[in-house]
Design a protein around this ligand. Structure first.
Ligand SMILES: *Cc1c(COP(=O)(O)O)cnc(C)c1O
Length: 514
């Protein structure tokens, strides 16, 4: 792009509107390729620096940042945002992730200056409203789960798992039972469960699932021993099923002197309907960014508060909010506290505001209805597609996720991955593929309560049409997909293992002699 000496665009360069290709599918260059390091994006008079007060710490080399005008920078980011599927642009049936609509009321509340413009080191007397919000959110989380305490600060589900298991470890040590070094994890568990246990030095002992997709209480009893510190059980489980023997499992675990960690990432299916405390759980993380609609994806901020039973409450980390003589106070030090803090400051304030807004705007009855609608939507999809797709566990009604497997693709030459890529061309984010691992070629669909019947019908029509096309031998539509996305198929492993995170200035090759 041509610019004047102060970096103002002077004409329509190649990058003036969008980079190349069609306006809606831009091949977006980097900021460094749009602008250049020789120009500034703003009109500033030249300053003559005679002296400064930086004491010799002044920058010696140029900063080498690309100079862009505000519209150029803004358009770059807006164009980038359009390259990705998002819950704001279409249905996102990614199982286990609860990609539900984030009501705009949540955003409005999170942007109130009393929540968004405060600093964690401000005197508590000046942030009473924020503390009250944290207190109120804690109250709702404990009430919905019937538990004795909550730690708000973990920043994701996996982080909450780590905290919950640290509390269990501390509780076992306090009982003089540090020799308990085994954690039971059902085979259908999310990968974060065994990873958490292993990270804390536990030996993971898998518990096999029954043919119907649920955890066998007899298998749990057989695996329990004086070495077992805890079980990590997901309920509803990752096959989309409510564990029918969960109370019996909890009883057996407690009788054996172990704790019951529940992976509560699937709380969306039962919030307001079932209180996990009544099922005998000792610790459970709640993904505010799933169940309570706060935005997530792409590594965005999450929040994974952990509720704790009476037995584990004394091991809750700091900080927490408490009523004091002069209003609410933040308890940041407790004598002999086992865990201390697990995050800098207090956690994700913006997510707390969004989650509480979601709770208050729904009310207790509204939350229960949201859970029931999520379950209804998943069962609707299962019922509509069960003759087209294959259903691995037909015996139970499903909870908030419909699980299919890829046996309907057998002999078609179309793989599960091909099928997922073809969904992109139809305007849907693919469902979760190849998870849970207990089902070969799993396809996990989670519509959430925020989709209308029209959207569900369109989704089912498209899925059925795709499945029938695959069976009819039209393989190319699948193996070549996605055709209507900015990129074809990526080497995802390489992208994850060898990401290119740094822009290097291209080396100027000497011009050939004319
Ligand atoms: C999402 C999820 C997790 C992990 O939560 P993060 O916030 O992604 O760390 C754990 N278990 C289950 C079942 C999940 O769906």
């Amino acid at each position: 792009m041509s610019m004047n000496t102060q970096g103002r665009p002077t004409g329509i360069g190649t990058l003036g509107t969008s980079a190349s290709g069609s306006a809606l599918l831009p091949d977006e260059p980097l900021l460094f390729e749009i602008g250049d390091t020789e120009h500034s994006g703003v009109d500033l008079p030249e300053v003559e620096l005679t002296s400064n007060r930086l004491g010799g710490f002044g920058r010696k080399r140029k900063l080498d940042l690309a100079g862009l005008t505000e519209p150029e920078a803004m358009r770059h980011y807006v164009r980038l945002s359009r390259l990705n599927h998002s819950i704001d642009s279409g249905m996102y049936p990614l199982g286990s992730c609860t990609m539900k609509h984030n009501p705009r009321l949540n955003e409005k509340m999170a942007r109130l200056p009393g929540f968004s413009d405060i600093h964690p080191l401000q005197p508590v007397s000046t942030v009473q409203g924020a503390l009250e919000l944290m207190n109120e959110l804690s109250h709702w989380l404990m009430t919905l789960t019937n538990t004795a305490a909550v730690a708000l600060s973990p920043k994701a589900g996996a982080h909450g798992e780590l905290l919950g298991m640290m509390a269990i470890k501390a509780a076992q040590e306090a009982k003089g039972e540090a020799h308990r070094t085994v954690v039971l994890v059902p085979e259908s568990a999310h990968g974060t469960n065994p990873a958490t246990a292993a990270f804390l030095g536990y030996t993971v002992k898998p518990v096999p699932a029954k043919a119907d997709g649920t955890v066998d209480v007899e298998a749990v009893k057989a695996a329990l021993s004086p070495e077992v510190a805890a079980i990590m059980l997901t309920n509803p489980n990752t096959c989309g099923l409510f564990e029918p023997q969960v109370i019996e499992i909890a009883r057996a675990v407690h009788e054996a002197g172990a704790f019951f960690y529940c992976d509560g990432a699937n709380f969306n299916a039962i919030m307001g309907v079932v209180r996990p405390g009544d099922l005998g759980i000792d610790a459970m993380h709640i993904n505010l960014h799933k169940t309570f609609s706060t935005p997530h994806g792409g590594g965005g901020p999450g929040a994974g508060p952990v509720v704790l039973s009476e037995a584990l409450a004394p091991f809750a980390p700091v900080p927490f909010v408490r009523k004091g003589a002069n209003g609410l106070e933040l308890v940041e030090h407790v004598e002999d506290q086992a865990l201390g803090r697990v995050t800098a400051f207090h956690g994700q304030m913006g997510m707390y505001v969004r989650a509480l807004t979601y709770m208050l705007s729904h009310g207790a009855d509204g939350l229960a209805q949201a859970a029931e609608d999520a379950v209804l939507n998943a069962n609707y999809i299962k019922a509509r597609l069960q003759d087209v797709f294959s259903v691995p566990f037909p015996d139970y009604p499903t909870m908030h996720e419909a699980l299919f497997d890829d046996s309907f693709l057998k002999g078609t030459g179309v793989t599960t991955l091909d099928f997922a890529k073809a969904m992109i061309d139809e305007g849907f984010h693919p469902m979760t593929m190849y998870f849970p691992l207990v089902v070969h070629g799993a396809m996990l669909v989670e519509p959430t309560e925020s989709e209308s019947k029209q959207t569900l019908d369109r989704f089912c029509d498209v899925m059925a049409e795709l499945a029938n096309d695959a069976k009819a031998g039209n393989t190319e539509r699948f193996t070549a997909a996605p055709l209507k996305a900015p990129r074809r198929r990526l080497d995802e492993t390489r992208a994850a293992r060898q990401p290119v995170l740094k822009w290097e200035k291209p080396v100027e090759l000497p011009k050939a002699a004319e």
